[in-house]
Every structure is written in structure tokens, then in C-alpha cells.
Design a protein around this ligand. Structure first.
Ligand code: ADP
Length: 351
């Protein structure tokens, strides 16, 4: 196999295995002739497998973009994938429960909920980690005041490499944001992001964790599917604002977790920015973004309403200052303690 081609092909991820097509054994041959022409053979169990056609197209496009002057032929051969080259090493074996935090759209408070929930769980004595996988707007480092952190790598005697996570308020934090500038995110091809996340998941020195919270990108896409494939996720939490709650994006998110091939239990919905209470009128609630939608949707879809968190100034300020408000504002902690308790109750103590 031509090394240069092999390296390029590693950018393409098989959506089902979540791994690049080379390591997953889908590339039979990738060679260059003396005239520079390219011949690639992919092997799939069924040539009509929809992934096979998609991947063939991706390979052709990739080759076209890199070697537009050279002829390129990509063919599909029907055969079982080759056995993987090596067993995957992973640092996730001592993580007891993984909870994915998802949202239909950006800006609804998914990252804020993740950060405050992590702090609430930590206060209950659990060992907690966060993986910020939101490549479009990684914000956990800022929320925990560790945006200057530069992850170091360590090597054990066997030559395995580990990445050391940041720590803040007793929580281990690893973020895709440590490795990319936000402005770069949109230019990342799906495969690159998935490769990088794969490394962060399996090489971060997580140690023993009771809970790993995954801050997923908004919406549903290849990144979600690949993370779902890489990890055994115990449950998912959906965050939404009142007016967004039953719209298509949220419904698609719910359907993704419920899809028979995904089958991740939905722990519930958190309705964020549910109302606003001004300090001078403590008995008043203003339902700025609508009222009651989350409860109605949760009931109709058979999902638990985990909690409703109002708009509170300290929540926003805490995120700006690098210390989530549930750690110091009892009004905020009250809401998050309740959500954390419901999740703990649902997932139980068994690992
Ligand atoms: P997402 O992760 O969904 O893109 P963020 O968590 O970054 O959204 O939140 C978007 C903005 O809203 C942030 O400035 C955050 O501080 C603010 N915010 C989120 N939830 C609340 C809340 N309950 N009260 C006040 N501000 C909030």
C-alpha cells in the first residue's frame, strides 16, 4: 500500500465502525502507477451496502482534490473486512458511566448545563470528567477557567501515549478546543474531527471516573454516530429552550438516540432558560421564551422532564468567570442538584 495514499485515506471514517477505513480493514489496495495514476480497491461485505457507495464517493473526491492531474480508479470488491491490525488501546476502561449531553441547536445552554451538572455531581462526591466534543463551539475550557491549558503527552513503558486532561474544581476536562482554534472548526473535514475525537476519547488519562459527561456538538451528524459507536453511553440528556423544545432538531435528536441501532436510554430533557425572575420581583416569573412546551413534549414523547432552569445572571457570569455557578450560588445549585439526583437515581450505583 502506498504510504502517502494510506495516510490520506485515514481521514475517511466509516460511520458504522467510527474508525478510519484503513484501520477498519476496508482498504484492500491503494497504489500509484509510474504515471502517477491511482488505483484503490475497497472491500465491503456487500457492494450495495449504502456506506460502500458513500465511502467510494468520498475516496474519489479526496483523490480528485489532492491529485486532480492524475487518473484515479476506485473499485469495490465484495469481501469481509480484513481483521483489524491491532486491538484498540483505550483509557476508558475505568469509566463507570458516560452521559451524553445533546441539543438540537447551538446556543440553548447545552455546554452550560454540562458544566453545572458536572459540578453538582462532583459535590455529591462523584469523580467526574468532561469531554468537550463540540467542535463548532468548544467552551468547557473557558467555563472552567482552563483555556490556557496546553495538554501534555505521556508515554508508558509499553510505548502507549496518553494525554493528560486539565483539572478544575476537581473535574477532569479534555476538550477538542485545546487542539483547534474555533475558526478552524468549520474547515475540518468530518474525518479529521472524528479522528481527533477518537484520540481524545481513548488516549486521555481519565483514570477512575464515576461519570464522564460528553458535551456533543449541536444537532445530529457523523460525529455523533461515531462517538456513539466508540463508547458505551449509559444515557443521554437533551437540553432545549422552551421555544425550541418540540421543533424538528430536538425531535431528530430524540430519534437518533432511540434508533434501534443506537439504542441509548434517554435520561430526560432539561428545559433551559425556562423563565426569568427579576430580583426586585422575586415572586414573578416571566416566561420570555414560552411556557409549558417542555412538559407537554416530554409527556407526549414519553421522556422524563429532568428539570427546568430559569435565566439567572450568575449562570451566565459563572461561565464567563471560569467557575460554574452551581458551585457557589445556592439558587443555581438547587436546580442542578435536583437534575443530578434524578440522573444518579436513574443510572444506579452499579458499574
Ligand atoms: P450551547 O452549548 O447550547 O451552544 P451555551 O451553554 O454556550 O450554549 O450557552 C449560551 C449562552 O447562554 C452562554 O452565554 C451562557 O452563559 C448563557 N446561558 C445558558 N444558560 C443560561 C441560564 N440558565 N441563565 C443565564 N444564562 C444562560
Amino acid at each position: 500500500m502506498n504510504e502517502e495514499l494510506e495516510l490520506l485515506l485515514k481521514d475517511i471514517i466509516h460511520p458504522e465502525t467510527g474508525q478510519n477505513i484503513v484501520d477498519s480493514g476496508f482498504v484492500d489496495r491503494a497504489d500509484r502507477g509510474e504515471d502517477g495514476s491511482i488505483a484503490i480497491t475497497l472491500r465491503f461485505q456487500k457492494a450495495r451496502d449504502p456506506f460502500a457507495q458513500k465511502i467510494k464517493r468520498q475516496v474519489e473526491e479526496l483523490m480528485q482534490s489532492k491529485y486532480s492531474d492524475n487518473a484515479c480508479m476506485v473499485i469495490i470488491r465484495e469481501a469481509a473486512p480484513k481483521p483489524r491490525r491491532r486491538e484498540q488501546q483505550t483509557t476508558t476502561t475505568d469509566i463507570c458511566r458516560i452521559v451524553a449531553i445533546a441539543s438540537g441547536k447551538g446556543g440553548v445552554g447545552k455546554s452550560t448545563v454540562t458544566a453545572n451538572l458536572a459540578v453538582a455531581l462532583r459535590h455529591r462526591g462523584y469523580n467526574v470528567g468532561i469531554l468537550d466534543a463540540d467542535i463548532y463551539g468548544p467552551s468547557q475550557a473557558k467555563m472552567f477557567g482552563v483555556e490556557e491549558y496546553v495538554p501534555e503527552a505521556e508515554r508508558d513503558e509499553a510505548g502507549n501515549e496518553f494525554i493528560i486532561p486539565a483539572q478544575s474544581l476537581g473535574i477532569k476536562i479534555m476538550s477538542i478546543g485545546f487542539f483547534i482554534r474555533p475558526t478552524d472548526a468549520l474547515m475540518w473535514r468530518g474525518g479529521m474531527a472524528v479522528n481527533a475525537l477518537h484520540q481524545l476519547i481513548h488516549q486521555t488519562r481519565w483514570g477512575k471516573l464515576d461519570y464522564l459527561l460528553l458535551d456533543l456538538p449541536p444537532g445530529t451528524g457523523d460525529i455523533h454516530l461515531s462517538i456513539i459507536n466508540e463508547l458505551k453511553i449509559s444515557g443521554a440528556v437533551i437540553v432545549s429552550t422552551p421555544q425550541q423544545v418540540a421543533v424538528a432538531d430536538v425531535v431528530r435528536g430524540v430519534e437518533m438516540f432511540r434508533h434501534p441501532q443506537v439504542n441509548i436510554p434517554l435520561l430526560g430533557i432539561v428545559e433551559n432558560m425556562a423563565w426569568f425572575t427579576p430580583e426586585e420581583l422575586p415572586d414573578n416569573r416571566y416566561y420570555i421564551f414560552g411556557r409549558g412546551g417542555a412538559k407537554r413534549y416530554a409527556e407526549s414523547a414519553g421522556i422524563t422532564l429532568l428539570g427546568q432552569v430559569p435565566i439567572i445572571q450568575s449562570i451566565m457570569e459563572g461561565s464567563e468567570d471560569g467557575r460554574p455557578a452551581s458551585g457557589y450560588d445556592p439558587r443555581v445549585d438547587e436546580y442542578y442538584a435536583d437534575i443530578a439526583d434524578k440522573i444518579v437515581e436513574n443510572l444506579g450505583d452499579e458499574c
